[in-house]
Design a protein around this ligand. Structure first.
Ligand SMILES: C[S@@+](CC[C@H](N)C(=O)[O-])C[C@H]1O[C@@H](n2cnc3c(N)ncnc32)[C@H](O)[C@@H]1O
Length: 151
């Protein structure tokens, strides 16, 4: 699995949180960081889109992080991950930069994943995604990391 993310994570506390979950993931997630685009907001999005699409294998099942996408429960996301994985295509997640994702990336995507209608900073989205992928794997494995305490 791959995560293509715009922006270089430099903050040590953020890096430690990503690493906390990353090291537990099976299959592992390989993170490709892309430099922030330059120019006007449209140019930035267009350039970042080219780089994102180039970093995803052409046959990949592309899941974009998009606030207008689909919200899952964690068990629902775990099921979706199992269904996507069963397709036999490499999974590739993409997170945009400060200007967001270009329409070309959204149009190319096979699924859109939302963490709610609030706009989150892209580095926090990266941390939350890695944690939710770990949680999805824990649910699939019956590991007690995920506790369903709801009635
Ligand atoms: C700071 S946000 C970009 C905001 C930008 N103005 C826009 O409208 O998309 C950076 C990236 O984080 C991700 N993101 C932010 N909030 C999100 C949410 N609620 N659900 C899923 N992804 C989100 C998206 O991939 C977005 O491109």
């Amino acid at each position: 699995m791959r995560l293509v993310a715009v922006g270089r994570m430099k903050d040590k506390a953020e890096l430690a949180l990503v690493e906390r979950y990353l090291k537990r993931l099976r299959p592992r997630l390989d993170i490709v960081e892309l430099a922030d685009g330059r120019g006007s907001p449209d140019e930035i999005k267009r350039r970042e889109a080219q780089a994102i699409l180039a970093a995803c294998p052409p046959q990949a099942f592309l899941i974009v992080l998009d606030e207008a996408g689909r919200s899952f429960s964690s068990p629902g996301f775990s099921e979706a991950m199992a269904e996507w994985s069963a397709l036999g295509r490499p999974l590739c997640f993409a997170i945009g930069g400060a200007e967001g994702l270009d329409a070309a990336v959204i149009e190319r995507s096979d699924a859109k994943l939302s963490f709610g209608t609030l706009t989150w900073p892209h580095m926090l989205v990266r941390i939350m995604l890695v944690e939710q992928i770990y949680r999805a794997q824990a649910i699939a494995a019956g590991h007690p990391y995920h506790r369903s305490g709801r009635p």
